[in-house]
Design a protein around this ligand. Structure first.
Ligand SMILES: NC(=O)C1=CN([C@@H]2O[C@H](COP(=O)(O)OP(=O)(O)OC[C@H]3O[C@@H](n4cnc5c(N)ncnc54)[C@H](OP(=O)(O)O)[C@@H]3O)[C@@H](O)[C@H]2O)C=CC1
Ligand SMILES: O=CCCC(=O)O
Length: 292
């Protein structure tokens, strides 16, 4: 698996593609805004002009795209992946989407003789840069095994979860928990502050106890400083809450905590905080009325 196509040079895709290049893979990249590929040239990448052209060139193509609409568009639109899907071509979608989207893509590609794996990831910008993601794969088992040399570069651990849809579902459950946690954390920071406590001391106390976790440790100091440089854009976290709540509807699971968290993310989107880090939901919890 030396020659890999990579579609989507956003925060995650760029870091993952650079990592593959650093480890000796030959990578052909494409991005909707093609100029964003230029930086990858310095790392030794080639550029493909369309998703179809990348698939045509490479036996294995990975995608890391924003949402279900983007994932579907890259496959089904003109000059897209599906036009070149055929026997011997493998497509690995690592975007966070819902199970229905993933299944639609899988069915279309396999109907043309192509191979498909979904492989969304846990972990954000820094783990992507450091090759420390957690990969949640599902679909063709043999393709998963062939992809392991690349997954071992991109991530610290890979799971194979069975049939297409299970990777998407696992990822949405994880991000639903994360979205609820960041809201509870934000409320705690506000409560500490308003009740006369030092929020930094709260961070120190949390870090020593049973609910210590990397997310509080990473996001706490920047939230206290109202600083939200995007690692995981808030608009994607809201997309994941929306998709997780739909999964809850499908399975008759009541999720009032996640629903309340989703409302805060929706409010954040409505005041144009969507391109900031998802921890910017703190501005909503604090009752801020205006964008930063
Ligand atoms: N950031 C994070 O911490 C993590 C993100 N994820 C998931 O990974 C995926 C990518 O996230 P991230 O890199 O942060 O997102 P970004 O917003 O940084 O990048 C999104 C990418 O999708 C492309 N895109 C958007 N719409 C379309 C479209 N209609 N057609 C083709 N391409 C499109 C963008 O292209 P263009 O440059 O032209 O806009 C860009 O390459 C998302 O599904 C996200 O939920 C998963 C784990 C962590
Ligand atoms: O989907 C984004 C996940 C971000 C993270 O796991 O830190």
């Amino acid at each position: 698996m030396e020659d890999i196509g990579f579609l989507g040079m956003g925060i995650m895709g760029k870091a993952m593609a650079i990592n593959l290049l650093r480890h000796g893979f030959k990578v052909t990249v494409w991005n909707r805004t093609l100029s964003r590929c230029d930086e990858l040239l310095d790392h030794g990448a080639s550029i493909g002009q369309t998703p179809g052209a990348v698939l045509n060139k490479c036996k294995y193509t990975i995608a890391m795209l924003s949402d279900p609409a983007a994932a579907l568009s890259v496959v089904f639109d003109k000059d897209g992946v599906l036009e070149q899907a055929c026997t011997g071509k493998a497509y690995i979608d690592m975007s966070t989407v819902d199970a229905d989207t993933s299944s639609k893509i899988s069915e279309a590609i396999t109907l043309k003789g192509g191979r498909f794996l979904e492989a969304p990831v846990s972990g954000s910008k820094k783990p992507a840069e450091d090759g420390q993601l957690v990969i949640l794969a599902a679909g063709e088992k043999a393709l998963y095994e062939e992809a392991l040399p690349a997954f071992d570069v991109i991530g610290k651990k890979s799971f194979f979860l069975g049939q297409v849809g299970n990777g998407a579902r696992m990822k949405l459950v994880v991000n639903m928990i994360m979205g609820s946690m960041i809201n509870a954390f934000s409320e705690g920071l506000v409560l500490a502050d308003k009740s006369g406590l030092n929020p930094q001391t709260l961070l120190d106390v949390l870090d020593l106890g049973a609910i210590a976790n990397p997310m509080f440790k990473l996001k706490g100091p920047t939230m206290i400083q109202n600083s939200y440089s995007p690692a995981f854009p808030l608009k994607h976290q809201q997309k994941d809450m929306r998709l997780a709540l739909a999964l809850g509807d499908e399975n008759a699971v009541s999720m009032p905590v996640a629903a309340a968290a989703n409302e805060a993310f929706k409010k954040a989107l409505s005041v144009e905080l969507g391109d900031l880090d998802f921890s910017a939901v703190h501005e909503i919890v604090k009752g801020a009325q205006h964008p930063l």
